[in-house]
Design a protein around this ligand. Structure first.
Ligand SMILES: [Zn+2]
Ligand SMILES: [Zn+2]
Length: 219
């Protein structure tokens, strides 16, 4: 196989991997209180994100200057080194089997994805101090591109069971959590709701049957 094709395929695979990790981390660490996992080490991330960040940047407050007393919305200085460390066996495996160019592609793509996350999330919530639009807000096609990122995260702040990807929505598309319209409920959430309705219907029918049996006995 041509070396450039190998690098391209590794880059594409790393993007899918990065999006999946982002989605899983966002859904199951930042929106699910993990008291036991790693001795509760990640519980503070849940508090910062789900309890502090989410309600503070909802609806009309989604895009507003950062007050001094609020903790920064960045993932912090340890997230990037931790990501590099945790994924280093994958990097080593790709390096050893497909060569150095393919190997180095993994941390490069992960770093770019991570920088994109921090850049996008910051700029989604914080306007310029002078109130003017940023260059990518003002002109097409970056205006439309940024709006596509922005609307997904805006809807995530409205309903935190959808749009877990800030960067590329591969995870959301795979798990039925992707939407760009408030009125459009993603399929996994529709399916969950339908299951809940079926369950409560079954319980209701069961109760009716029990009541009927009671009445028969009494009668
Ligand atoms: Zn946010
Ligand atoms: Zn969130």
């Amino acid at each position: 196989m041509h070396p450039a094709l190998i690098v391209t395929l590794v880059a594409a695979g790393t993007i899918v991997f990065a999006s999946t990790i982002e989605g899983l981390f966002h859904q199951f660490i930042l929106h699910t209180r993990q008291k036991k996992l790693l001795g509760g080490l990640l519980e503070q991330s849940y508090v910062s994100h789900a309890i502090e960040h989410h309600p503070a940047y909802r609806g009309d407050d989604y895009h507003r200057p950062a007050p001094d007393h609020e903790s920064p919305i960045s993932l912090g200085p340890w997230m990037w080194p931790a990501t590099m460390l945790v994924t280093s066996p994958i990097t080593a495996l790709v390096w050893l089997t497909l060569g150095p160019a393919a190997g180095i592609t993994v941390p490069i793509v992960l770093t770019l994805y991570y920088v994109m996350y921090e850049f996008l999330h910051w700029h989604m919530h914080f306007p310029r101090e002078d109130g003017k639009p940023r260059w990518y807000h003002a002109f097409p096609p970056t205006k439309q591109l940024f709006e596509w990122f922005d609307v997904r995260h805006f809807l995530h702040h409205q309903a935190d069971d959808r749009n877990f990807n800030v960067v590329l929505p591969v995870y959301d598309l795979m798990t039925g959590r992707y939407t760009t319209r408030e009125t459009e409920v993603p399929w996994a959430i529709r399916a969950r709701k339908a299951r809940a309705i079926r369950k409560s219907e079954a319980i209701r029918r069961q109760r009716v049957r029990e009541d009927e049996r009671e009445e028969e006995k009494v009668g």
